[in-house]
Design a protein around this ligand. Structure first.
Ligand SMILES: Nc1ncnc2c1ncn2[C@@H]1O[C@H](COP(=O)(O)OP(=O)(O)OP(=O)(O)O)[C@@H](O)[C@H]1O
Ligand SMILES: [Mg+2]
Length: 1119
């Protein structure tokens, strides 16, 4: 056994082996004892445990589980990826991985041969292999597209090439070989599909319980109404003769859904819309063809001639294919035979017409199928021209042994015979190569060589196929019986040929061998073939008239499908027979397979009920036999049953010997040698190859395995022991450490608690003691304080008592003294009165009273003389009165004194001063309590001439212009009538008039005689504004009244008042004091209004023209 592949695993990865946890034995090579029973028992045991795969060396036996098992998941793919073949339990993925890796890494083309009987799971196995390879190979947009196309070719081919049979609901009715091509990296590039021998007879007739090809049912169930109308089809299966009705629907098959799947798959693979349409048209045409029926029409010569019964189906079929109806109709009635440049037309009877119809239907369908394969190949073919690596997958029917075996079974079994041959050849070759490679002596292996059987069938001179061809081509009457006769003559002596009538008389009495049959001893068993139909099937005749009619069709595919119908290329040579074609293609296939490294999957079905969990021993036994599996095992273990590389061998068994355990330092081979010697394995049981150890008997291996298992148990115990010890120790140390930590923490916590308790207790005691001490001191202090207070109180009481006693005593003394004095006075008075009574007159009392009063008055006046106040009339002081009874006299004296003092003061005045005072008095009369400016003017003397006009030379001219004496000269402000601003003017007042002059030049501006002055208006406030109102109509009043302001307003107005009245000879001039008065300016009367302004205006009043009729003077409010 070879340790194939070389994936290196990381050191951490656990090395496993097929030998681990085996159910039965995973590899039949290790079966002990080896016989059919143990073989089948092993299969059953494994099957019962859901182990559907078992190896025979590198061959995989696959049992059909008939249910889905959880062993095809992506996780499983990962598990088997890049693992050695014998490393894990047997699986189809292990084989696929092995094949893929040797293709990719060792550049060896591979083929995977899947055989088994119908329903054994070949097609499923091939799909598993393909899906595994698709999962593990490279990824990328382009690669994925190729993968998808390769995978999607399956549903298309299955729809057209698979059918429900009694053995399998999805039986492949054709052989399929697919080459998948890879580039150097192992990425798929494309593929080529070859198909073998489609079971075309199914198109026209299906055995009981079976169906026609899936596509017919899928089309009728799944196509839209629209499509069906276009194809002139009806959804009802019963309308079609070619469709068997009893099993038209299959459990678990949804034809409508499958139709959509197929449709999608065709799109993915790359079929054009019109191509799909054409294909469906042909399918429809086949159905229509089946419905064409014939009736006999008698002819003059007495023979019947066939005529189409109901031409409707014929017409529709012709429309679908674009054939002229009459051409086809004729082809069903006549047959043209050409021989030696002569054309002879013979009529067809009804049976012949039906034969022709069915032959056409079968040919049409099988050629359509081949065209589909070609078309798919076109899509999936590898684009790159570089050299490809190839993996071929062969899914082909296995040996078929029915009750009635015909031509088909014969050639199928021939194919399997060839496959067996190549299997043995390749296995032995590989085996031999390995022995040579490993330098082990090659012992000849006894095995059954089936070359003799192959020769019986395929020999070009006297092989059965050659004779059949010969018989078919022979002129004269040829029947199946003449063919059997021929066989009986020629193959009589062949060991593997048996026939009742053969020249070999030993079968004459064999009743299991009917007359029209022959039997062949295949490597897998004897098979009885009925010769009926051999010749016809081999001929596979399609009348030339039909092929020519087809060639004339306008349908796009027909010319490609029936090239032989081309009249330009009439070929009189007969077309190759079916047998010949098949032999050729099998030959081609074998040559192809021979160049590749083979991988075998042998499929077995456990029962023929298509049911899970049932293992029918006889059925399995039968398959084991004709698959030649026992032979397989025998060949595999002919020399040495088991082999393993030194490294893995040492790795697996090193624990069995002290020198190699746990590590062997030397070369692996030496290690194995030491190990085997130490285990005392007999020398004939093994041989040392270059890189592998070869073990002759499985028993030896099992002994080693057994010892290893026991050893592993010990080791496991040891490891367990050490591990447990380590774990307990670690656990203990951890616990100890934790305990210390916990204890430390706890102690700390307890001490903390204790400390806190003591501390709080101390504090309590402390506070109690302090409290107690404090209270003691407090008590002491309080006592002392109370003592002091008591002393003080006692002392106070004592002093009080003392004082009161003293007071009482003093009062007593005083009272006594007073009493003594009173008594003394009374006594004295009594004494005096007694003494002086004789001297007193009767009115002496009045005289004493008067005298006393005189004395008091005298004293009052004399005292007044010294306390007299000053002579100033404004001195308000006056001495207080000494006696109440002098009240009236005292105030009268004060009044008299004040008058006297005022008279004295007046007497001192000059004339001038008198005038001044008169003026002041007048001012007082005019303004007192009327104008706020007045009080401030009282203390100011009226000066009159403020400009000193006579002395000042500047006013010389002005002075001369004024005739009379100037009573008042001052600078006043003349208020501009337009804007209220002031301009300085000189104001002169004489006894007759007043003058206004320019301040700088002294030029007279206005001279107004006083009689023209009617009244003067001033405000009540502290401003100096005044308006001089002139008599209306007088000359001076032409320009209107004057509005002026002066700093000496009181003086000015007073003087004006006195002088103006005298000059005008009237009582007085009107002085109007109010805060709002009218002034005549030119023609307008303007109201002058005084308001109290804020101090912000400064100290002087400001005049402002508000509008035409209002001049507003804001006067600072008096502080
Ligand atoms: N590995 C599997 N797991 C589950 N079911 C399986 C498996 N292999 C096969 N089957 C079941 O068995 C049926 C038949 O399998 P398949 O079509 O592969 O047989 P076959 O050998 O190709 O037969 P035929 O020769 O008639 O084509 C499948 O339809 C499926 O139901
Ligand atoms: Mg199949």
């Amino acid at each position: 056994m070879t340790e194939r592949g070389g994936a290196t695993h990381s050191k951490m990865e656990v090395k496993t082996s097929l030998l681990d946890n085996m159910i039965g034995v995973g590899d039949m090579v290790l079966l002990e004892p080896l016989n059919e029973n143990s073989f089948i028992e092993n299969l059953r045991k494994r099957f019962d445990h859901n182990e559907i795969y078992t190896y025979i060396g590198s061959v995989v036996i696959s049992m059909n589980p008939y249910r889905s098992l959880p062993i095809f998941t992506p996780e499983k793919v990962e598990e088997y990826r890049n693992r050695n073949f014998y490393e894990l339990s047997p699986h189809i993925y292990a084989l696929a991985d092995e094949a893929y890796r040797s293709l990719r890494d060792q550049d060896k083309d591979q083929c995977i041969l899947i055989t088994g009987e119908s329903g054994a799971g070949k097609t499923e196995a091939s799909k598993l292999v393909m899906s595994y390879v698709a999962a593990v190979c490279g990824k990328g947009q382009e690669v994925n597209k190729v993968k998808e196309q390769l995978l999607q070719s399956n549903p298309v081919l299955e729809a057209f090439g698979n059918a429900k049979t009694v053995r399998n609901d999805n039986s492949s009715r054709f052989g399929k070989y697919m080459d998948i091509e890879f580039d150097f990296k192992g990425d798929p590039l494309g593929g080529v599909i070859s198909n073998y021998l489609l079971e075309k007879s199914r198109v026209c007739k299906q055995p009981r319980g079976e169906r026609n090809f899936h596509i017919f049912y899928q089309l009728l169930s799944g196509a839209s109404n629209d499509t069906l109308t276009k194809l002139k089809l009806d959804r009802d299966f019963s309308k079609y003769n070619y469709l068997s009705l009893d099993s038209a629907t299959v459990n678990g098959l949804d034809d409508a859904a499958s139709f959509r799947t197929v449709w999608n798959a065709m799109q993915i693979v790359g079929f054009m819309e019109d191509e799909v349409q054409s294909v469906l048209e042909l399918v429809a045409a086949v159905l229509k063809l089946g419905n064409i029926e014939f009736k006999p029409e008698s002819r003059v010569n007495g023979f019947d001639e066939s005529r189409v019964k109901d031409k409707n189906d014929l017409k529709e079929m012709c429309e679908l294919l674009g054939i002229e109806q009459s051409v086809l109709e004729r082809a069903f009635s006549y047959r043209t035979v050409e021989a030696k440049m002569e054309k002879v037309s013979t009529t067809l009877n009804v049976a012949q017409a039906y034969y022709a119809r069915d032959a056409l239907a079968k040919n049409l369908y099988s050629r359509l199928f081949s065209w589909l394969v070609t078309r798919i190949n076109e899509s999936i073919k590898a684009q790159a021209k570089t050299r490809h690596k190839v993996m071929g997958v062969l899914d082909i029917y296995g040996f078929e042994i029915f009750e009635d075996n015909s031509f088909e079974q014969f050639i199928i079994n021939y194919c399997n015979e060839k496959l067996q041959q190549i299997f043995i050849e390749l296995t032995l070759r590989e085996e031999q190569e390995e022995y040579i490679r490993e330098g082990i002596e090659w012992t000849n292996i006894e095995y059954f060589n089936n070359a003799i059987i192959c020769d019986l069938i395929e020999n070009n001179q006297n092989g059965i196929l050659a004779m059949l061809d010969e018989e078919c081509l022979r002129p004269g009457t040829v029947t199946d019986d003449t063919f059997l006769d021929k066989l009986n003559t020629i193959c009589a002596e062949h060991q593997h040929f048996e026939s009742r009538l053969s020249k070999n008389s030993k079968f004459l009495t064999d009743h299991s061998l009917p007359h029209s049959c022959f039997r062949i001893q295949h490597y897998a068993g004897k098979v009885l073939y009925r010769v009926e139909g051999f010749v016809d099937k081999n001929n596979d005749l399609l009348y030339r008239d039909l092929s020519q009619a087809m060639y004339k069709a306008t349908h796009s595919l027909m010319k490609q499908l029936f090239p032989e119908g081309n009249p330009a290329k009439v070929n009189l040579k007969r077309p190759p027979t079916a047998g010949f074609q098949f032999k050729a293609s099998v030959g081609g296939l074998m040559r192809n397979l021979q160049t590749k490294n083979p991988n075998y999957i042998r499929c077995i079905k456990p029962n023929d009920k298509k049911a899970a969990h049932i293992f029918t021993e006889s059925l399995v036994c039968h398959q084991v036999r004709y698959l030649g599996l026992m032979e397989n095992v025998r060949v595999r273990r002919a020399g040495y049953a088991f082999r393993q590389s030194y490294e893995s061998s040492l790795e697996r068994y090193k624990m069995l010997c002290k020198q190699t355990w746990p590590h062997w330092r030397g070369a692996a081979r030496d290690g194995v040698e030491v190990l085997l010697t130490d285990c005392s394995v007999p020398a004939e049981e093994f041989a040392y190859g270059r890189s592998k150890i070869f073990i002759r008997n499985p028993r030896t291996l099992f002994t080693l395995e057994e010892r290893r298992r026991a050893c592993l148990e010990d080791l496991a115990t040891l490891i367990q022991k050490i591990y447990r010890g380590w774990r307990c120790r670690t656990q203990f140390l951890l616990l100890k450490k934790s305990q210390v930590v916990v204890a430390a923490w706890y102690r700390r916590y307890a001490q903390q608690k204790k400390y806190q308790k003591i501390k709080s207790a101390t504090l309590v005691m402390q506070s109690f003691i302090r409290g107690w001490k404090a209270r003691k001191i407090l008590r002491q202090l309080k006592y002392e304080k109370r003592c002091k207070e008591a002393v003080t109180t006692i002392a106070a009481y004592w002093h009080g008592t003392q004082a009161r006693r003293e007071l009482r005593r003093l009062k007593e003394v005083a009272r006594r003294k007073h009493a003594v004095a009173v008594i003394w006075a009374y006594w004295q008075g009594l004494q005096v009165r007694r003494e002086y009574r004789k001297f007193f007159r009767a009115n002496a009392g009045k005289k004493i009273y008067n005298f006393t009063i005189q004395r008091i008055m005298q004293k009052y006046f004399l005292g007044l003389k010294t306390t007299m106040p000053s002579m100033s009339p404004i001195d308000n002081t006056w001495p207080a009165r000494p006696y109440m009874f002098l009240e009236g006299a005292h105030s009268e004296l004060r009044r008299i004194f004040h008058f006297w003092r005022c008279k004295k003061y007046q007497g001192q005045f000059t004339e001038e001063k008198k005038a001044v005072y008169e003026e002041k008095l007048e001012a007082s009369e005019i303004f007192k309590d009327k104008k706020a400016l007045y009080p401030s003017s009282v203390s100011q003397p009226f000066k009159g001439d403020y400009l000193e006009i006579q002395k000042n030379p500047k006013y010389q001219k002005l002075n001369s212009a004024v005739e009379d004496k100037v009573l008042l000269a001052d600078v006043v402000n003349k208020i501009n009538r337009a804007n209220g601003k002031g301009a300085p003017r000189l104001f002169l007042l004489t006894k007759n008039n007043f003058v206004l002059a320019d301040q700088k030049t002294g030029q007279v501006k206005a001279s107004v005689p006083l009689p023209d002055l009617t009244s003067v208006s001033v405000s009540t406030q502290s401003d100096g504004f005044f308006a001089l109102k002139l008599k209306e109509g007088s000359a001076s009043a032409a320009k209107g009244d004057f509005l002026l302001s002066s700093e000496h307003l009181i003086e000015l107005i007073t003087k004006l008042h006195r002088t103006g009245a005298t000059a005008a000879d009237r009582d007085q001039i009107n002085i109007d004091i109010s805060d709002e008065f009218l002034v005549q300016f030119n023609q307008d009367k303007v109201c002058v209004k005084f308001i109290q302004g804020g101090p912000k205006n400064g100290n002087s009043a400001a005049c402002k023209r508000k509008n035409n009729r209002l001049l507003e003077v804001s006067v600072p409010s008096s502080p």
